[in-house]
Design a protein around this ligand. Structure first.
Ligand code: AMP
Length: 370
């Protein structure tokens, strides 16, 4: 399709402080959220005859870091839950069109959830994390605002967390960073493995049970204080894994005994009005006690969490064991291109996408979504 014809298919509309330039099939844009990577609107898609979410990636071609991040998001979102990509004028913005979800998890946390809903949401979070890991992405920064749900309790993880390499691009945005869900190994700058994300799930689960943030640190340092005040000062064995300067700091903190999980998550926090619910409450507490372990070498893995009795009632191999992606994040991360080259790659990706979805059918997605 020639460039002028492509451009005629778009129109521009102001939404809040931002201007969206989208295909005419998308109408009735309304802002629904914003994050580190951009602004998100809901819109009505006249072709699909249903509402969608459109995310405008902020300044994708500002520099190489942004451009690589845009490409990364495009390739991986594509793999996860993308309905469409639009790229009006090759030189400017990238928009991702996704299935519209009903709320982010911050809103769900305020609700009283029964064991069925709580365990199903956790099961899907763990499946999503397992898929990210299969793509070579260890998130390290999962938080409720980056997880969205629908009223039928289906759930999606929206972003890909901390970049493998220094996140300089992100740090430059005037965006308040939430650290409540970051694992001790991230707070203390240690090496990490895949179960770094299990800690975050533990914090999110705890918040869903308590209705308030488990470790509400006011800054990086206070984040560690909040963890040890509740879970207790970690063992000497753990301290030996820290580098000298961090160890000196950690050793000089007051010592805390911490609380038992029965104290941290007493029965009153759970629906426990029947024998079945009492059993579920004790399973939920057991799962929390295995996820919220400071020493990662003693914390359960994603696979073990999926097999835990509180979660494995939902286990479906076709959901848990999805095929790994064609391109892994590590391969992507090792690629270096100029901004111009990234632009070309993104443009090619958009054209490929259009080709693959020409007849309104999106390969690899259920018909009800496409
Ligand atoms: P993000 O920039 O991806 O972190 O998204 C920022 C916010 O936009 C999220 O916290 C959600 O509230 C909202 N949001 C993003 N994507 C969707 C979606 N597909 N459906 C509904 N809301 C969304």
């Amino acid at each position: 399709m020639n460039r002028n014809k492509r451009e005629r298919e778009y129109y521009s509309i102001d939404v809040g402080d931002s201007t969206f330039m989208v295909l005419k099939r998308y109408q009735n844009l309304r802002p629904i959220g914003s994050g580190a990577q951009g602004i998100v609107c809901s819109a009505y898609d006249h072709n699909l005859e249903r509402n969608v979410a459109i995310k405008k990636l902020s300044r994708p071609f500002q520099n190489q870091t942004h451009a690589k991040r845009a490409y990364r998001e495009l390739v991986h979102v594509n793999m996860l839950h993308l309905c469409n990509v639009t790229h009006p004028v090759k030189q400017t913005c990238v928009y991702l069109v996704m299935e519209l979800m009903d709320a982010n998890l911050c809103q769900v946390i305020q609700m009283e959830l029964d064991h069925e809903r709580l365990s199903y949401l956790l099961y899907q979070m763990l499946c999503g994390i397992k898929h990210l890991h299969a793509a070579g992405i260890i998130h390290r920064d999962l938080k409720p605002s980056n997880i969205v749900v629908k009223s039928d309790c289906t759930l999606k993880i929206l972003d890909f967390g901390l970049a493998r390499t220094a996140a300089t691009g992100l740090l430059m945005t005037p965006y308040v960073v939430t650290r409540y869900y970051r694992a001790p190994e991230v707070i203390l700058g240690m090496g990490y493995q895949a179960n770094v994300d299990v800690w975050s799930v533990g914090c999110i689960m705890a918040e869903m049970v308590r209705g308030s943030v488990l470790f509400p640190g006011t800054d990086h340092i206070d984040q560690w204080n909040k963890v040890i005040e509740q879970l207790g000062t970690p063992s000497q064995e753990f301290l030996m894994k820290l580098n000298q300067s961090v160890r000196t700091y950690v050793e000089n903190r007051p010592r805390y005994a911490g609380y038992s999980f029965e104290k941290l998550f007493p029965d009153v926090l759970f629906p426990a009005d029947s024998e079945h619910n009492k059993l579920k409450a004790s399973q939920a507490r057991d799962l929390l006690s295995k996820m919220l372990v400071i020493d990662a070498s003693k914390r359960i893995s994603v696979d073990e969490a999926l097999q835990h009795p509180y979660i494995n009632v939902w286990y479906d191999p076709t959901e848990v064991e999805a095929p790994p992606p064609v391109i892994t994040d590590k391969q992507l991360d090792e690629r270096e291109h100029t901004v111009e080259e990234w632009k070309e790659l993104i443009y090619k990706e958009v054209l490929d996408w259009e080709e693959r979805t020409k007849n309104g059918v999106i390969r690899g997605q259920p018909a009800s979504i496409g």
